[in-house]
Design a protein around this ligand. Structure first.
Ligand code: ATP
Ligand code: MG
Length: 752
């Protein structure tokens, strides 16, 4: 990232102009040639062929230069090759030690430099190397030569240099060849050249940079800075009472706000707090439930107001500050909340960062450390690959929708257990319905199959967490699940106050057990940087510097040019760029409209959802009330395609509700209707899941019916012998096992 490379240099570009450390005395030294002398010299030392070669001089060598005479003198002394070498050495030493400012001035004052003849190609290589130098392009940022302008600047510098350069300087560079030393020699001269030749470009780029300045984020919230805030860090592992204790203070306060990482958790707190008689409203991107007379609000962290004053604020799962995509929302809440007392709850990974932020903001920090109520116990025997060993109260964790359904099907087919499911694409209402179904003892649904969506803060009646696997697709490739996440998920087992206060965890397969134990033993990684993203106002300022480019290009430019302190990173925004790209051609949207549309919750990999977002934006752009234009399905899903369809429909409705909360009310007027549809679909999804016993499909990758049939036949063949492992895992585990047995075989052979 640019910020890292820049360090503090941008504020102090001076070192570059003096990077060749030359004393004043040296400049006055008579052995250093004057610009005129440099210009007039005709001889060069060809490093490649090891002899002095003559450059073609315009003046035909009529005026003897100091260089000439030096060479002549040495040659006259009959010093032979040694003499030539020492001349070269002497010349190079002089050239190498020249002050770059003085050298630049010398180049400028020359009418016409030496003709380079065939040496120009060697010099050209040096300049090519310079143009490609990442070091040079990054250091040039310090004087506001942007990365995109750098090649042009080098090209012009190269032309200037070739026109003006003297033989000795050319020789010196050629003797160095295309290398870092040559780059470092040229760089300060290049800087002098840029400062003189490109003042407008530098000014322009400087304005861009300054408007993309995300350094010192603690200064962005002057009101919060004017307050004497007390930050209480509830620091500890899962199930240690962090949120519970923070919520006690929240409920006691006159006015309080609870910031949740998930809609579902915000709803849980909303319910809990109201049930205790403390009036509390709910605010998420999609829903606003205003409870009359309430002074408390449970919200999702993205929705937190940094304008309102509160007595007590709670920021739950504070370690999410380091989340690559959403981290900025936690950082903003911590820096900007106007609350006398802020309770942050989380694991110890961001403790040092919070300490640093508090020292920057001047807030008082109180640390409260917690231990887990009951230690989590690892069951070493595992399920030995057999899902028939699943027991009541188990939560089997799988990391893809496909695996979740495969596991559910396998359990329901081979045991008497019934499974509830929780995964990210389900609406919070459905997740809650499934969680309640699982928590409730008076039904047959006693096993939960869930994705990592179950991992944060939720209180479920889980006896044992069984990891179906410990690797997942990260959007690019299959990677091991990070230890911190494994801990979070395993920590769902055995919650205080639940039916199973003593938690167990294990893996489906023996091969995964070591990794599980390793993850649980590992101390929390210390986070070095937390996320930031510009507010609309910051982005608007930046956009004003680049008036003629599209919104997506603006986002890209911002990413390239923004400056950050070493403790922060710019949150990933590829999904925002995808939406921006799609909306580029939509007419009638202001910059702010585009900014808001790009933050709408949409699965960018779902073409149907993207289509609806495009339609919403186009209608909005025409200044026409946006309708939902979507029918309701007749009943619950009968197969996975219908289930996927229900999921997408709910996401579209949810997106509409989100937009209605982020744009003027009259532009999205069908909120009531959409809310009712969303409730119905969440209900249908719940119904569908309880009876789901079909094979899962990938979104948008439905195979033709003939292929599906073939696959089904193959599966049936495999299953004739009884239980078969979930399809998506078979290959990887079989491969691992084969490798292991091969190793054993080889070891056996060697021993024999
Ligand atoms: N002092 C207490 N008295 C009664 N119940 C408590 C107490 N402290 C915590 N609990 C209960 O223990 C369970 C776990 O507590 P809590 O949710 O605060 O844990 P946590 O440390 O925030 O865990 P996580 O990191 O998973 O969010 C909750 O059901 C909570 O209500
Ligand atoms: Mg908690």
């Amino acid at each position: 990232m640019i910020s890292e490379l820049w360090g503090g240099n941008i504020l102090n570009p001076k070192p570059f102009s003096s990077s060749v450390d030359t004393k004043d005395d040296d400049v006055k030294d008579s052995s250093v040639w004057s610009p005129a002398e440099v210009a007039e010299s005709e001889f060069a030392y060809d490093a490649d062929v090891g002899k002095a070669v003559g450059f073609e001089s315009e003046d035909d060598g009529a005026e003897s230069s100091m260089c000439d005479s030096t060479v002549t003198e040495l040659e006259d002394n009959d010093s032979g090759r040694d003499g030539v070498d020492s001349v070269r050495y002497g010349q190079h030493e002089h050239v190498a030690s020249r002050d770059p400012v003085e050298l630049y001035r010398a180049l400028c004052s020359v009418e016409r430099g030496a003709k380079l003849g065939h040496s120009s190609s060697a010099l050209m290589e040096v300049f090519d190397y310079f143009a490609k130098s990442g070091w040079a392009s990054n250091q040039a940022l310090a004087i506001y030569i942007g990365l995109s302008f750098f090649p042009t600047a080098v090209h012009k510098f190269h032309k200037f240099f070739f026109k003006k350069c003297s033989t000795d300087v050319a020789n010196y560079l050629i003797s160095l060849g295309p290398c870092d030393k040559a780059v470092k020699y040229l760089f300060p001269v290049f800087i002098e050249y840029c400062l003189k030749e490109f003042p407008d470009e530098i000014k322009r780029f400087r304005s861009i940079i300054e408007s993309a300045d995300l350094t010192k984020p603690h200064t962005w919230f002057p009101f919060a800075r004017a307050m004497k805030r007390k930050i209480i860090y509830h620091c500890g592992p899962t199930n240690s009472g962090k949120t519970y204790n923070a919520l006690q203070r929240f409920m006691e306060a006159e006015k309080g706000i609870y910031c949740s990482p998930l809609r579902l958790l915000a709803m849980e707190v909303f319910d809990k707090v109201n049930a205790r008689g403390v009036y509390c409203s709910l605010l998420t991107g999609q829903e606003k439930k205003s409870v009359p007379f309430s002074n408390h609000v449970a919200c999702t962290v993205e929705m937190v107001s940094v304008d309102e004053l509160y007595d007590v604020a709670v920021i739950d799962e504070i370690q999410m500050m380091a989340d690559p995509t959403r981290g900025y929302a936690w950082t903003r809440a911590l820096l900007g909340l106007k609350a006398d007392e802020i309770h942050v709850c989380g694991d110890p990974s961001v403790l040092k960062m919070v300490r640093k932020i508090c020292s920057d903001t001047g807030d008082e920090l109180i640390e409260q450390h917690y231990e887990r109520f009951k230690q989590l116990v690892v069951e070493a025997k595992t399920l030995l690959g057999d899902l028939k060993k699943v027991r009541s109260g188990d939560c089997v964790v799988a990391f893809s929708r496909r695996e979740i359904f495969e596991v559910k099907m396998a359990i329901e087919k081979h045991t008497n257990h019934r499974c509830c499911v929780i995964y990210g694409a389900l609406p919070p209402e459905t997740r809650r319905q499934q969680a309640n179904l699982f928590n409730d003892q008076d039904n047959e649904f006693d096993v939960l199959v869930a994705s990592d969506a179950v991992g944060m803060g939720l209180n479920l009646n889980i006896r044992r967490v069984v990891f179906n696997g410990l690797s997942k697709y990260n959007g690019n490739k299959i990677v091991p699940v990070p230890a911190s996440q494994v801990k979070q998920i395993a920590g769902r087992a055995g919650r205080r106050g639940s039916r199973y206060p003593e938690g167990l965890t294990t893996t489906l397969h023996l091969d995964d057990l070591d990794y599980l134990i390793e993850c649980l033993k590992q101390p929390f990684d210390e986070v070095k940087r937390v996320g930031l993203f510009p507010f609309y106002e910051q982005f608007e300022l930046f956009a004003a510097q680049l008036p003629n480019i599209t919104f997506r290009q603006l986002l890209e430019n911002f990413g390239e040019n923004c400056r950050l302190d070493g403790s922060y990173f710019l949150c990933q925004h590829d999904h925002i760029k995808r939406v921006a790209n799609m909306l580029d051609k939509v007419q009638g949207l202001s910059l702010e409209d585009r900014f808001n549309f790009c933050f709408a919750p949409v699965n960018v990999r779902d073409p149907k959802a993207m289509y609806h977002l495009l339609r919403f934006a186009s209608t909005y752009g025409q200044n026409v009330p946006v309708n939902i234009a979507m029918g309701m399905p007749k009943g619950s899903a009968r197969n996975d395609a219908e289930l996927l369809d229900l999921e997408t429909r709910h996401q579209v409705l949810s997106m509409y509700l989100w937009l209605s909360n982020h744009f003027k009310e009259d532009t999205f007027p069908y909120v009531k209707k959409v809310e009712a549809m969303a409730t119905d679909i969440a209900h249908l999804l719940g119904q569908s899941l309880t009876k789901a016993n079909w094979k899962p499909e990938s979104r948008g990758q439905r195979k033709p019916k003939s292929e599906q049939k073939e696959d089904e036949q193959k599966e049936d063949e495999k299953k004739k012998d009884g239980y078969s492992r979930p399809h998506s895992l078979v290959q990887s585990f079989e491969k691992k096992r084969r490798e292991k047995s091969l190793q054993h075989e080889q070891a056996g052979k060697i021993a024999a």
